[in-house]
Design a protein around this ligand. Structure first.
Ligand SMILES: *[C@@H]1O[C@H](CO)[C@@H](O)[C@H](O)[C@H]1NC(C)=O
Ligand SMILES: *[C@@H]1O[C@H](CO)[C@@H](O)[C@H](O)[C@H]1NC(C)=O
Ligand SMILES: *[C@@H]1O[C@H](CO)[C@@H](O)[C@H](O)[C@H]1NC(C)=O
Length: 287
């Protein structure tokens, strides 16, 4: 009961990704390239920008380096607001089975949801369907989940039989008047046991769609739980990941630029926004 109930309530909290955010990150990348989703989840994940370009798009303030994770250190971070009344609903398995989820069915889906062809909603749907049908990058497993069942199945397959797992999230903002602000690291960041991790990101769609991906055991990711306090007193318990191996990333990845680090040879970390789910194995011994 525990996991399913908790997951369900998390899913109910997942918000439709606001179209303007999608569009602003879309502008920076070429839709259709294999690297899109990486760029996109980083833009999704709130974070920090050291210099430059952050003025163009505050939501790109999600990146930091492992060296930034020190007690007392201050990092500017953008945590997007997640308003429950804008949240799309998760489908039941029955409904999911009855509605196609495929780019080839896009014209049918526009009719089904009554979205005009050129509407922002139509563009967002098309964007999501395209992202969900991109080939994974080398070593990656990816999947778009439209139901709780399919997300659990994806996680079980990746972790392997009998492995229990848990979900990390970032707590939602209580005060949404400062989405971008300086946060101070409150306690020693806690590295989480994560030989395999799965990141699931909400996608803009009329119902809840999670784009989930994992590098499997090949990943050189470190997962952290970080307690933060904002300049306005906002307390956030955040989930963050450090990608220690960025050698296969696009040289032009926005994070390299924002952090001012050498492309493909520097680790890049980012915070997750509160509607993302980070799945990690649960060990019997506390880590
Ligand atoms: C959430 O969004 C709705 C519709 O835009 C708005 O009426 C409401 O005030 C918002 N709630 C919060 C807590 O921001
Ligand atoms: C919310 O944050 C703003 C500025 O970031 C601050 O002025 C305001 O006092 C905060 N509200 C509460 C209830 O903490
Ligand atoms: C964060 O603090 C730095 C140094 O005080 C300041 O220059 C910067 O404007 C602050 N950023 C935000 C988003 O408040």
């Amino acid at each position: 009961m525990g996991l399913a109930t908790r997951l369900w309530s998390l899913l109910l909290h997942a918000a439709l990704f606001i179209l303007c955010v999608e569009q602003s990150s879309g502008r920076k990348t070429t839709i259709g390239s294999k690297k899109d989703i990486i760029i996109k989840d980083h833009a999704h994940s709130s974070s920090h920008g050291h210099h430059m370009t952050t003025m163009d798009d505050p939501s790109l303030n999600v990146f930091f380096t492992p060296n930034d994770l020190k007690i007392g250190n201050t990092i500017p971070i953008y945590f997007p607001e997640k308003n429950l009344s804008l949240s799309p609903r998760l489908l039941t398995k029955e409904d999911s089975d009855s509605i196609p989820f495929s780019l080839s069915e896009f014209p049918f889906l526009l009719d089904y949801f009554l979205f005009p062809k050129e509407s922002p909603q139509a563009k967002a749907m098309e964007y999501t369907l395209k992202q969900c049908e991109l080939e994974p990058i080398q070593g990656e497993t990816r999947f778009c989940a439209t139901t709780l069942e399919s997300m659990l199945d994806f996680a079980s397959d990746l972790f392997g039989p009998g492995v229990r797992f848990r979900i990390l999230t970032t707590t939602p903002l209580k005060n949404s008047s400062a989405l971008l602000q300086n946060y101070t690291v409150l306690g020693e960041p806690k590295e989480v046991f994560a030989p395999i991790m799965i990141g699931c990101h909400t996608m803009p769609y009329p119902y809840a769609v999670f784009y989930c991906h994992s590098q499997g055991k090949e990943s050189k990711n470190k997962v952290f739980e970080v307690s933060l306090v904002g300049a306005n007193g906002e307390r956030v318990e955040s989930a963050a990941v450090c990608h220690m191996d960025t050698s296969r990333w696009d040289r032009d990845h926005v994070s390299f630029h924002m952090l001012g680090v050498e492309p493909r040879s520097s680790p890049v970390c980012h915070f997750f926004p509160s509607d993302n789910l980070v799945w990690v194995p649960l060990t019997s011994s506390a880590v």
